[in-house]
Design a binder for this molecule. Structure first.
Ligand code: ANZ
Length: 887
């Protein structure tokens, strides 16, 4: 065997041996603690994986392997989130069956992940599109339905009038259908929702206990969007009849009814500054008042309402959009001042939030201010910041202020005013304190073929029925044509054999033809991995009681909201139904950084136009090679197929070896950071591996496997041996700690440091020949190879075998750290006089504070600074620092 790292000679062999030994099959020995490591459910794409993806899988593998070596039962499974649009589109394009396609793609992933040595238990793998899995997705859908958490109502879809199909948001670019180029319209059809709003408060509260990145928790909090405020009534002052378009009688009737609408505000303290109010265009009161208002207003409002229909809520709320609106020609009464304020209809107020109507306070709300400025409405400040002499420039929204221009409330703080006004309104019965959430119910319907069928049927009267358990799964039929139906419904609606069925009551029913969006499938897969082949239940209670929750969940921050929130919601529902032992599925969450690759762009030619934000035109690497240097711009882009800058695991393993790739991905940067892929960067790990091979080649001559039997007591060791043992034990502590913190870069650098210390020792002693040298060197080497195993498992096993040892290092125990051995003999103490560093000196580690103080004060240098000045105080930080303060 060569004394260099030559991966082609041994890596493949070890992967085969691991597979033959079924090394990574999950062990369920109930006497051991459990560890559940999981990566986000990947979607199998035809492009396969890049080394960019591996950046997530390798560190996860390191943690799982380490936990196993520490004696845990480890569950580390992998499966595929296989339903969804990309597979459906690939099926349409290639005229292939999507089920076959995703299995083929998944197999590629499996091959690639195996190639880089990831230790998954593949016996637990599944595809969310397998009937044996989606049967239980349907079963859980029913559970939600039976608990009143799944319902159907009219909701807007994106309609492509050319292709005659419903579009997903990602199929729309700049308001046009990506495929047909048609302007997308809105259409209202009945669709299925999950009532996640019922869980809003719990989803918010339980975030606190999670060991997740703070940023992600904050994004979830914002998405849930809890706000406390007051909801109160505004009475409309109906316009006098002679200016209206309808007959006197109808309008008089309306006046007699004294119509009113409710508004929601988080700033009731600013009510005296309300100079207008706004109704969302869809607000029913708009329609109610139209007959009473002057025709010119009524016409303008109708036109405005029509136009607003075309816009999405996101567009309407964009801060960059100029505010628009129209005067309704009617007024409402500000209950605090008793004065009339004009009612406007404007699309920056959304129907889906609060009450769909607001009191507008332009002095203290940006949006209202912009609107008032445009339409010439009064702006009345009613808050003054605490301590300010004058009211600063408007608008401002401080909560740290006192009320002004507010009658009897003047001088109250914002908080006092909020309370008093709420109490006053509650007393009169015109308003109440109220909590609102931004969170909306989860739209789950897709008018597509490639998804999990919704297990609902409709009888002749149109009443809904859940499909009985024993009739599950509702199979997704094989079909010839995956194109949508042309009337907006799923292609399933064109298959009579699917649509027509016998209901539980024996009568003819019609099946629901919408399928579920993929987020349903990925909201419980982590439960299924606990018991993946169960044919009687989604999973056994015993299995999830043992394995859940996931101890460490790893994936990209782009799923910060949707997937994580939905999975949390389903887990809570399952918990409420007695089907989950935990309320939160993922105890700890870690987000990996992206891998960036250098990507060539060509400078634009005469007359060529670039998209906004672009500096050049993306070109292939071949094209780049043929272009003059000054025509090229190189940029670091995310490694992805669409950028043509992908390095595949096959290429990297072929060129550098799997362990070199693994070490590089671990070592290159902290896990959460983005990294720039570089072939020079990988040389460091390769040199490290070469040195290990060389070391082991030499060590064959002196390695003593039974070094434990000859351990010498620490105090008897020579200085050099002591240094090496200390390094060995410090390395155990550091690597273990780093791996647990997911700090894989420092894990690898600790190994490298230990190898250096070891090298220095061997240089000093030459070939170990005394018993003492053989023992400490053998320990150092064995520990090094064991600690290396999670990161570079092929190399670790290979070198272990070269030392004449049997078995897989993975099956060996994780080394045990001895804190006594790791203790330093001597430490360096810094001495400051009045905060300035003046001297350093060494003392025995563990020396007490008194001794350290005496030594410090007796130092010549220190004395030269304290001479003649009395000493006021001495602060000792043991093992580190003495600070002397003179008077
Ligand atoms: C008066 C006011 C004065 C407001 C002020 C804010 C600042 P959050 O915190 O997001 O819940 N609002 C209420 N319903 C709305 C709707 N359907 N569409 C658009 N805006 C709506 O925001 C609550 C505030 O957003 C409410 O408090 C209301 O404006 C507005 F200095 O009322 B506020």
């Amino acid at each position: 065997m060569p004394d260099r790292y030559e991966p082609a000679q041994f890596e493949e062999k070890w992967r085969r041996r691991w597979a033959d030994a079924d090394l990574f099959r999950t062990r369920e020995d109930r006497d051991r603690p459990k560890w559940y490591s999981l990566e986000f459910f990947p979607y199998p794409s035809g492009h396969g994986l890049s080394v960019g993806h591996c950046r997530n899988y390798v560190p996860c593998d390191v943690l799982a392997r380490t936990r196993f070596m520490q004696g845990y039962n480890v569950l580390h499974p992998m499966g595929f989130d296989a339903f969804g649009l990309p597979a459906e589109n690939a099926a349409i394009q290639t005229k292939r069956n999507p089920a076959e396609l995703v299995h083929e793609y998944g197999e590629t992933y499996r091959r690639q992940l195996t190639l880089i040595g990831i230790g998954y238990d593949w016996s637990r793998s599944f595809y969310s599109s397998d009937p044996s899995y989606y049967r239980w997705t349907q079963w859980i859908f029913k559970l939600l339905y039976q608990r009143g958490l799944a319902y159907r109502r009219l909701a807007a879809v994106n309609w492509d009038p050319v292709d005659k199909t419903v579009l997903a948001d990602e199929e729309i670019i700049g308001g046009r259908a990506e495929r047909s180029g048609a302007l997308v319209e809105k259409r209202y059809i009945p669709q299925w929702f999950f009532k996640i709003t019922e869980y809003a408060q719990r989803l918010l509260d339980d975030l606190d206990e999670l060991d997740w990145p703070e940023g992600i928790k904050q994004m979830q909090r914002n998405w849930i969007g809890r706000s406390e405020g007051v909801e109160f009534e505004m009475v409309v002052d109906v316009p006098v009849a002679d200016s209206a378009e309808a007959g006197d009688f109808e309008v008089k009737n309306l006046r007699d009814k004294r119509p009113s609408f409710r508004v929601f505000t988080t700033r009731i303290d600013t009510i005296f500054g309300m100079t207008f109010c706004v109704l969302a265009p869809e607000h029913p009161m708009v329609g109610t008042l139209l007959p009473a208002v002057a025709p010119e207003h009524a016409d303008a409002v109708r036109a405005y309402r029509e136009a607003a229909r075309e816009l999405s809520d996101i567009d309407r709320q964009a801060t960059t959009r100029e505010k628009t609106g129209v005067f309704l020609g009617a007024y409402a009464i500000n209950p605090a001042t008793g004065k009339r304020v004009p009612i406007y209809v404007a699309d920056y107020v959304l129907m889906g939030y609060g009450t769909g109507a607001i009191m507008a306070v332009p002095a203290h709300d940006d949006r209202d201010f912009e609107f008032a400025a445009k339409y010439g409405i009064d702006v009345v400040p009613v808050i003054k910041p605490v301590g300010a002499a004058d009211v600063p420039e408007l608008p401002f929204a401080t909560k740290d202020g006192v009320m002004i221009n507010s009658g009897e409330y003047d001088g109250m703080t914002v908080q006092e005013g909020q309370k008093s006004l709420a109490v006053w309104m509650e007393g009169l019965g015109i308003g109440q304190r109220k909590v609102n959430f931004k969170l909306r119910d989860w739209l789950i319907s897709r008018q597509r073929y490639w998804g999990c069928p919704i297990p609902i049927t409709y009888d002749a009267e149109g009443d809904m029925h859940a499909v009985p358990d024993d009739a599950l799964p509702v199979y997704l039929p094989d079909i010839e044509n995956y194109e949508p139906a042309g009337d907006g419904s799923s292609p399933l609606s064109t298959i009579p054999d699917f649509v027509n069925c016998t209901g539980a009551d024996g009568r003819l029913h019609r099946r629901e033809t919408d399928t579920m969006g993929g987020f349903a499938c990925s909201s419980w897969y982590f439960m299924r991995f606990c018991d993946p082949h169960n044919e009687r239940e989604a999973y056994s209670k015993e299995a999830v009681d043992y394995w859940m929750a996931v101890d460490c969940y790893v994936g990209g921050a782009e799923h910060a909201v949707m997937h994580l929130l939905y999975a949390r919601f389903w887990t809570k529902v399952l918990f409420d139904a007695g089907l989950s032992p935990v309320q939160e599925p993922f105890k700890r969450l870690v987000n990996q950084g992206m891998v960036l690759a250098e990507t060539p762009y060509r400078k634009p030619r005469e007359g060529e136009r670039l998209h906004v934000g672009e500096e050049g035109i993306l070109v292939t690497f071949e094209e780049a090679a043929s272009l003059p240097k000054d025509q090229l711009i190189w940029k670091w882009d995310k490694m992805s197929k669409s950028k043509g800058n992908v390095v595949t695991p096959e290429e990297a393993v072929d060129k550098f070896g799997a362990d070199a790739l693994r070490l590089y991905l671990l070592f290159v940067a902290p896990f959460e950071q983005d990294v720039q892929w570089s072939e020079t960067g990988i040389q460091g790990p390769i040199r490290f591996l070469h040195r290990l091979f060389k070391l082991v080649d030499d060590a064959k001559a002196w390695f003593e496997p039974n070094w434990r039997g000859h351990l010498v007591s620490l105090s008897d060791l020579s200085e050099g041996s002591r240094v090496l043992r200390r390094s060995t034990h410090l390395t155990i502590a550091d690597t273990t700690d780093s791996i647990m913190r997911f700090a894989c870069n420092t894990y690898v650098s600790s190994l490298m440091k230990h190898l250096n210390t070891f090298g220095d020792f061997l240089k000093e002693t030459g070939t170990p020949d005394t018993l003492e040298q053989v023992v400490v060197s053998s320990e150092a080497l064995e520990v090094l190879l064991t600690l290396l195993s999670p990161a570079a498992p092929h190399t670790s096993d290979e070198l272990w075998e070269q030392l004449g040892q049997d078995g897989f290092v993975y099956l060996r125990d994780w080394p045990i750290f001895d804190p006594d051995l790791a203790k330093a003999d001597r430490v360096t103490i810094a001495v400051q006089v009045n905060g300035k560093l003046r001297d350093t000196f060494d003392v025995e580690a563990g020396a007490d504070a008194k001794t350290v103080e005496e030594l410090a004060l007796a130092r010549e240098k220190v004395m030269s600074f304290t001479d003649g000045k009395g000493i006021r105080k001495v602060i000792v930080v043991p093992g580190k620092l003495v600070n002397v303060v003179t008077s």
